[in-house]
Each structure stands twice: as structure tokens, then as C-alpha cells.
Design a protein. Structure first.
Length: 692
């Protein structure tokens, strides 16, 4: 074959066609012959794997297949690639042979499936519902005229939820979260809320707000761009509340006494559900920036923007792992140390975490710790640590100030468990411990350091002398779960959105910074900056003979002016009562009850979503991210099929984007069906299904 190609008696293409091999095989054989090792390493020529079947081969294949031969056996007999034959068979291109297509017979439907199919066939579609909503006499989607008229004149409360069959209801997948919301306590302690007459019952309003946050509608104003009729199908009503109605009803429900009582009862329930996590709490402040121009709010430093801006401050307590427990709103920020002493400790006693007859701070006896409180460096105060230790509260925080590094030989590698909202993770850390000795330190404490990979040492201070070193390190590292909650709640649930446009005056008895004192402080800072710049210019003169008389005189004048400003500032009080401010300097604040109401709903929603997260099993390989899948499910469409005869409300979810998500969703729905939850104020049991 090599001689034929060498003397150009035939081309490589002609040789390949003659011997029924690929051209690359002929080329490789020719190169082997030219190297001189053709006798030893002659390539074996195999049958060609054709990509096409000629007429004669196709007829032969048809005969073999008609005799009952398999595709692979017939292809081998005709020296053809079996995958090519398979494609020809499926395409019907083998002459004389037609494959028998199996008839897939659907098994006979059960009576329940037959009833569901009939309800689905009679259910309204999106176009039909849109047309009915537009033709409603009392406004978009308001079709329940008798019920609305009766509620408007006060003859009766709003009707209970009533469902009608509907196909592909927008965002009806949020009903998957209803069992978790009910178990979290959304509709508990409704007797603590004031009576509010209207078409929508308090349970309907709370469900609507929770569903709104779960579908990432972060503010009431965004409901102006949602379909009210579709939301009505989800709630069992004719339509969702209008924005002005919703704001009015929330103001009626959100009173100071009701919100304090509701939050306290919910916190007690959550603490009783997780007794192991009540021994450790996280404390941190959150700043909600005010971007409006309507009022004059107190200014606070916003760390994420590195600016001092008008804002409202709240302090949050989280359980171990980052689940929210309590939120305390303030008109004027008195800093963490004062807030801890004046507000947090009384709240802990009310929740039963501390005894009501706990020792006074003046006592010298240290009580064994019954509670660990973790916070950042803002709460650093050795005096405060001693007072809390005498009341049974152990502190865990980062040490403030510069420290001398310890020898690396003192650190020991340890396995540390770091709790999180969806479970714990294990990390290997290098830790070391020593007793803490500080000037004026009147209690026993420990300093624990963690050696980082870059050689830096993080210093942890704790007044709990009984807690294991691994547990101390894991607890304070888990504090990032609280920071992650703030980040997640701001992005997903609109934590920083303003709840209302109205403002309220600050309590006249509140202590605020004296505006003249603040202006003098700012002027003194500027003057010190100028004086320092002038001093550096004088010291930097290159020629000793150069006259500096004018600069020296200016420096003397600035120093005299600075001294006068400092004396004037000392003569003014740093803080005054808010009621003593001039009318142009009066401060305002966001209404506390309304803020507390919205934040309570956000806390319930976050806890409910966190409870659902392990059920979709997102940690397994190949599974989607749990929270991302839940977010997609909440926004997806679903069929709502009530079955009054059997007392069921079937929620038939449409499929997700891939099989992995569908499989994870099926496992979640099976778990929810086992709980046998009934829709509030009805006898309908929720039954979740995934469309076939």
C-alpha cells in the first residue's frame, strides 16, 4: 500500500475507499513505511465505522432486523456502526423494517385523581380571572359586594377565607411556607392585638404581610404594581388589601402596648422551643438610614457607609446560630453599654432568662453564670463586665486596644464547632488561653487567642470561667451569623425600608447632644487641624535665617482662639433634654410601634424560611442551594383546587427548572403533607402536589 501511494498510482482517498478504511489510517500506514519500521508495526486495518448506510447495506439490515436480530447484532453482521443503525431505525430509514412503537397506556385514574382532574378542567385560567377582575363593580378584583358593604357599615366582620378552583395562580407557591409560618407563631397571641374592624380579618392581614415578604415584595408601596386578584386567590378572598387600607389597618393594630406584649410572648415561645440555645445570646445594633427630607432625625454613624447620617437605631438579640429573638427600637441611641444596662437586662428578666431578684451591681459576690452574652467591641467596658458577672451574665467579646503577641508554641490546634442557622460546621483552629490581668480588673476573666493563617492573633475576652475553650471560640465566631442576618434581611426582606412616611416627635425627656456644644466641637476640630498644619510649616523651614514672624504671629492667634473656644465649650452642657431645644432644632423619629410591627413580621418570616431550609436538603451534592430554591418556589405559579367534600385544599405546584430542583421539592412537599396543616379559619387540610 505504501508503494502504491509513493509512486502516485493512487491517491490516499482512493486507497481508503478501496480498502474501506479511514483516510487517517492510510496516512498513518504511509508514515510508518517511510520510517522503515513498517514490517514490525504495520497498523491493523479495521472495518470502517460508516456514518452513512448505502442502499444495499440498508436492505441487508432490514432483512436481519425483520428476522428478530438486535440492532447491535445486525450492525456487526453488516460491518456498520451500531449507533448509526440505531439512528436510522428511529428515523425510519431502514427499507423493509418499521419498529413497533410501544403504546404507553396510562393507568386508570383513582377516584381522587378523577375528581382533581374534573376540578382542574373547571378551574379558571389567568385570562378569565383578569377579565372578571376588570369587570368588578367596586374596583379591580372587588367582587364580594355584599361582604364589603356589610363590613363597611359595621354589621359583621370580614368573611372567612373561601377558595375557588384556579389554574396557574401567580406566586401561589408561597403557600408552601404556610405550615412553617404557623409553627413559628405568626397567628399566635392574636388576642394581644387590639380589635380592628374591617373587611380583612387580623389573621388575613398577617398572612398577607408574611406572604408579601416571602415573595420579596419588600414594602407596602410595591403592592401597587401587583395583581390584587391573584393575591386574593392565595388568601381565599376576592382581592388583596389596597395600600391605603393596609396602612390604616396596620396603624390600628400596631400600638405600643400590643407590640411589646406580642413580641414578649413570641420570644418566650421561641426560647421554650430551643432550650439548649437560650444559654447564649448575641447583641448588636442596627442603623436604619433615613433618606427623606421631611423631618430632622438624630444623626448616627453608619459603619457600612463610613458616614454620619440621619437614622433610627434598634438593638437586636439573636439566639445561638443567628435566629432573631428580640428587637428593641430607640428614638435616641444611648450606645450599647447604657442600652444593655437600662433596656436589655430588664427584658431578659421579663423573659425569665435572669431571676427577677438578681443581685444588684453594688454587690461584691460573683454569681455563677446562667447566660452568656456575646457582642462586639462597642460594648467593651471592664466595669460593665463586673456588674454583669454579679448578676449572672457572662460576657464574651473581642479585646479592645493593642496587645502583645504570644509565642506561637503556646497555640494548640483544636476542632471547633461553629453553630449556624441551618446547622454547625467544624473548623480546625489554633487556640491558646491565659488568665486575664488588667489594671482595675476586679473579677476573674480569661483571654483566649486564635492564631490566624497570616500570623495575626485575635484576642477574645470572657468572664465565663467554666466554659470550654472550644465552645468560647465557636460561640464568638458564630456571631457572624447575626451580621449575615442583617445583610440577608436588608437584601431580601427590605429591613432598611421606611415603614411609614409619618414621623413623631422625640420624647421631651430624652437626653440629646446639645447643638451649640456640637458646633463648638466641630469648630475646635477644624481649628486644631489648621494649627497643626501651620506648626508643620514653621518646623519645615529650610533656612534658619528665613523670617517666620508672620507665621508665628498667626500661630499665636490661632492658639488663643482655640483656647477661648475650649473654654466656651466647657461652659456648655454636653447633653440637654430634647424638650429644651429650639423649635428649629427639634428632633423627630420614626414611629416605634409600626417599626416594631414590621420587624416582628420579618423575624417570623426569616425563622419560617430557615425552618424549611433543611427540608429541601440543599447540602447534598448536586442539589440546588436551599434558600435560592425556596425563593424560586415562593415566586412560582401553582393550581389551587379546593375539595370541600373531602375537606382538602390541593396546592398543585408547577415544575421547577430542572430535575434536581423537582426532586428536592418533592421531598419537601412529602414532609409538609405529613403535618396535616389546615388553612387558618377553615376546615381545609393543605395537600401539596407537584404537577406530573
Amino acid at each position: 500500500m505504501g508503494h502504491i501511494a509513493f509512486f502516485k498510482l493512487a491517491t490516499q482517498k482512493q486507497i481508503a475507499e478501496q480498502f474501506q478504511v479511514h483516510r487517517n489510517t492510510v496516512s498513518a500506514a504511509l508514515q510508518t513505511y517511510r520510517r522503515g519500521d513498517g514490517v514490525k508495526k504495520t497498523p491493523q486495518i479495521k472495518a470502517k465505522s460508516w456514518t452513512a448506510i448505502d442502499e444495499e447495506t440498508g436492505r441487508r439490515l432490514g432483512e436481519l432486523l425483520a428476522q428478530g436480530r438486535s440492532i447491535r447484532s445486525a450492525a456487526k453482521a453488516c460491518r456498520v456502526n451500531h449507533e448509526t443503525v440505531r439512528r436510522y431505525v428511529h428515523a425510519g430509514r431502514i427499507p423493509g423494517f418499521q419498529p413497533e412503537s410501544p403504546q404507553l397506556e396510562r393507568p386508570a385514574a383513582t377516584p381522587a385523581e378523577a375528581r382533581e382532574d374534573s376540578r382542574l378542567a373547571a378551574a379558571s385560567d389567568r385570562t378569565e380571572r383578569d377579565q372578571n377582575d376588570r369587570q368588578a363593580a367596586m374596583g379591580m378584583g372587588a367582587q364580594d359586594i355584599p361582604g364589603r358593604v356589610a363590613a363597611s357599615i359595621g354589621e359583621q366582620a370580614g368573611p372567612k377565607p373561601h377558595f375557588s378552583a384556579a389554574r396557574a395562580v401567580k406566586q401561589a407557591g408561597v403557600l408552601v411556607a404556610l405550615p412553617a409560618l404557623l409553627e413559628t407563631g405568626l397567628l399566635r397571641h392574636l388576642d394581644q392585638l387590639p380589635e380592628s374592624k374591617g373587611y380583612y380579618r387580623p389573621a388575613n392581614l398577617l398572612l398577607f404581610l408574611a406572604f408579601m415578604f416571602l415573595t420579596r415584595v419588600c414594602s407596602v408601596e410595591q403592592m401597587r404594581y401587583q395583581s390584587p386578584g391573584e393575591w386574593g386567590k392565595i388568601l381565599g378572598s376576592d382581592r388583596s388589601p389596597e395600600v391605603t387600607t393596609l396602612r390604616r389597618r396596620i396603624r390600628q393594630l400596631a400600638t405600643s402596648k400590643a407590640m411589646d406584649s406580642w413580641q414578649s410572648n413570641l420570644a418566650k415561645d421561641w426560647l421554650s422551643e430551643d432550650p439548649e440555645e437560650t444559654a447564649t445570646l448575641y447583641l448588636d445594633g442596627h442603623v436604619k438610614v433615613y433618606h427623606g427630607r421631611k423631618g430632622n432625625l438624630p444623626r448616627h454613624f453608619v459603619s457600612r457607609q463610613k458616614l454620619c447620617l440621619p437614622a433610627a437605631v434598634s438593638y437586636w438579640l439573636h439566639a445561638l446560630g443567628g435566629t432573631p429573638l428580640l428587637c428593641l427600637h430607640q428614638q435616641i441611641d444611648s450606645k450599647m453599654i447604657q442600652t444593655l444596662q437600662q433596656d436589655i437586662l430588664p427584658q431578659l428578666r421579663e423573659l425569665g432568662l435572669l431571676s427577677a431578684n438578681s443581685q444588684e451591681p453594688a454587690s461584691s459576690t460573683v454569681t455563677p453564670p446562667v447566660l452568656n452574652l456575646i457582642f462586639d467591641r462597642e460594648g467593651w467596658s471592664p466595669k460593665l463586665f463586673g456588674e454583669l458577672a454579679r448578676q449572672g451574665v457572662a460576657c464574651i467579646t473581642w479585646r479592645k486596644g493593642k496587645v502583645q503577641p504570644w509565642s506561637e508554641q503556646e497555640f494548640v490546634a483544636r476542632e471547633v464547632r461553629i453553630p449556624g442557622p441551618c446547622g454547625s460546621v467544624i473548623r480546625r483552629l489554633s487556640l491558646a488561653e491565659k488568665p486575664l490581668e488588667l489594671k482595675g480588673w476586679d473579677i476573674k476573666a480569661r483571654e483566649i487567642r486564635c492564631l490566624r493563617s497570616d500570623g495575626r492573633q485575635s484576642s477574645i475576652i470572657t468572664t465565663n470561667n467554666q466554659m470550654d475553650i472550644n465552645q468560647v471560640a465557636g460561640s464568638i465566631l458564630s456571631r457572624w451569623s447575626q451580621e449575615n442576618f442583617f445583610l440577608y434581611a436588608r437584601r431580601e426582606f427590605g429591613l432598611d425600608h421606611l415603614p411609614v412616611h409619618e414621623l413623631e416627635p422625640v420624647d421631651p425627656a430624652e437626653k440629646v447632644v446639645n447643638p451649640p456644644w456640637r458646633r463648638l466641637k466641630k469648630a475646635i476640630a477644624k481649628l486644631k487641624n489648621r494649627l497643626g498644619h501651620l506648626t508643620r510649616r514653621i518646623d519645615a523651614q529650610s533656612k534658619p535665617t528665613q523670617p517666620v514672624g508672620k507665621l508665628q504671629t498667626k500661630k499665636t492667634d490661632l492658639a488663643k482662639e482655640l483656647q477661648e473656644l475650649c473654654q466656651t465649650q466647657k461652659s456648655l452642657p454636653e447633653h440637654v433634654k430634647a424638650g429644651d431645644l429650639s423649635p428649629s432644632e427639634q428632633l423627630e423619629a420614626l414611629p416605634r410601634p409600626v417599626r416594631q410591627f414590621y420587624d416582628l413580621i420579618r423575624m417570623i418570616v426569616y425563622r419560617a424560611e430557615t425552618a424549611l431550609t433543611p427540608l429541601v436538603n440543599g447540602n447534598r451534592k448536586g442539589r440546588p442551594h436551599s434558600r435560592s430554591l425556596l425563593k424560586s418556589v415562593f415566586k412560582s405559579e401553582a393550581d389551587i383546587l379546593p375539595d370541600e367534600a373531602n375537606g382538602e385544599l390541593v396546592i398543585r405546584l408547577l415544575n421547577q427548572s430542572n430535575k434536581a430542583q423537582n426532586q428536592a421539592l418533592k421531598e419537601l412537599l412529602e414532609t409538609l403533607n405529613q403535618k396535616e396543616i389546615r388553612f387558618p379559619e377553615t376546615n381545609l387540610k393543605l395537600v401539596y402536589k407537584l404537577a406530573d
